[in-house]
Design a protein around this ligand. Structure first.
Ligand SMILES: [Ca+2]
Ligand SMILES: [Ca+2]
Length: 73
């Protein structure tokens, strides 16, 4: 199964669950992503709050699609 960029929970689909899991990780110490590259929605080689805001923009406002991460993990 291929995994799209932004697929934080590694279930093969990029959707609101990935956003909620990313929020849980950033704000309340939730489980980390299966793959850093998949969680790195904006492709800047770091998973952080910027990826959360990127996902909010994409899911709720038709923002840019996630890009393949480059963390090497
Ligand atoms: Ca997912
Ligand atoms: Ca990022």
């Amino acid at each position: 199964m291929s995994h799209p960029a932004g697929d934080f929970n590694h279930d093969g689909v990029y959707n609101i669950v990935d956003l909620t899991d990313a929020i849980a990780r950033v704000f309340s110490g939730g489980a980390g992503p299966f793959c850093q590259d998949e969680a790195d929605s904006n492709g800047d080689a770091v998973f952080n709050i910027v990826d959360v805001t990127f996902n909010i923009s994409r899911i709720f406002a038709g923002g840019a699609a996630p890009v393949c991460g480059t963390t090497g993990n």
